[in-house]
Design a protein around this ligand. Structure first.
Ligand code: TPP
Length: 329
């Protein structure tokens, strides 16, 4: 494996710094959540996105607020990149009223349709079908909105993947499928679960345009997504981007992380950290100074600290309202 992120000769500095800021925000939020989990302040599960930040950041950079994202159990990064404020993400994991689901859902029920975040989910696979359904509604309503589905390699052997991609293909639906191939589904290697680990080849077999990309290179993800979103918004049917990446923390906080991958493998992927890679490239290419980059880091840290404090000082929902919002009136 090699570390080779280019600062992106074809991208302007504002875009590159915005991608840097975006990835860093997700990382700082995740680090705050890890600490809160370890202190016992997060009542539910917490699957972090650490190591995969380039994907949500690079894809969502091309989305409008009225485009929609259907996320996974590893969805904090998707929520943040789609525009859910950090205090609402942290507040939701802490079960507070100010969380984006009013503290009733937690990590795997982050919803904010106002900004197009249609939900994280504890169930692997159905979001492929939901995103395809949203795309069908956009097509019927003749809207140029894009539906995006993030999913892991663990979802591509689920029947939902095959049903969704086939229907999206035959009806030319405006859906972008983003496979975050981090090589493992919990502790099961992708290569154990299938004889064909090439997700792009699966898309091709359904007649869907696709490309694979280094998911740890935010510039590569940004460029591939530009092409993909353009294709989908332009009415040319679905598109699949396979991002090859790695999660550097355990499957979920509090879980063991031994027996299915080596520490050597984890260390090698940490060397390919997407945030450090872009920082180094920006610095080495003399596009940004150490002072500029440090100033961004300080601002992001201050914003996330303030968001955590706001979330921590927010009230829990009143227990007497436990049955509110369950049925639509
Ligand atoms: C339908 C279904 N089957 C099994 C599970 C248990 N499960 C939770 S996360 C997970 C692994 C998912 O792997 P992947 O989709 O590759 O995402 P990653 O965790 O690697 O981001 C599994 C099998 C589930 N939540 N839903």
């Amino acid at each position: 494996m090699q570390t080779e992120t280019h600062a992106g000769a074809d991208l302007n500095l504002d875009t590159l710094l915005s991608l840097y800021r975006g990835m860093l925000s997700i990382r700082k939020i995740e680090e705050a959540l890890v600490r809160l989990y370890q202190l016992g302040h997060i009542p539910g599960a917490c699957h972090t996105y650490i190591g995969q930040e380039a994907i949500a950041t690079g894809v969502c950079a091309h989305l409008r607020q009225d485009d929609v994202v259907f996320s996974t159990h590893r969805g904090h990064g998707h929520a943040v990149a789609k525009g859910v404020p950090p205090e609402e993400v942290i507040g939701e994991l802490l079960g507070r009223m100010t969380g984006c689901s009013r503290g009733r859902g937690g990590s795997m029920h982050l919803f904010s349709p106002e900004v197009g975040l249609m939900g994280t989910t504890g169930i692997v696979g159905p979001n492929l079908l939901q995103s395809t359904g949203a795309a069908l509604s956009f097509q019927l309503l003749r809207l140029d909105r894009v539906s995006v589905c993030f999913f892991g390699d663990g979802a591509v052997n689920n029947g939902a993947f095959h049903e969704a991609i086939n229907m999206a293909a035959i009806w030319d639906l405006p859906v972008l499928f983003v496979c975050e191939n981090n090589m493992y589904a919990t502790e099961v290697p992708f290569a154990y679960a299938t004889r064909n680990t090439d997700v792009v080849a699966r898309a091709a077999s359904y007649g869907v345009a696709s490309q694979d990309v280094d998911g740890n290179d935010v510039v590569a993800v940004f460029n591939a997504s530009a092409q993909a979103v353009d294709h989908v918004r332009g009415g040319r049917g679905p598109y699949l981007v396979e991002c090859r990446t790695y999660r550097t923390r355990p499957h979920a906080e509090g879980m063991r992380d031994v027996g299915y991958r080596t520490q050597d493998e984890v260390s090698q992927w940490k060397q390919r950290d997407p945030i450090a890679a872009l920082r180094t490239a920006l610095y080495n290419d003399a596009m940004a100074t150490e002072e500029q980059l440090s100033a961004i880091e300080e601002r992001v840290t201050a914003t996330v600290d303030a968001a955590r404090e706001t979330a921590e000082s927010s009230p829990f929902p009143d227990p007497s309202t436990a049955t509110s919002h369950i049925f639509s009136e």
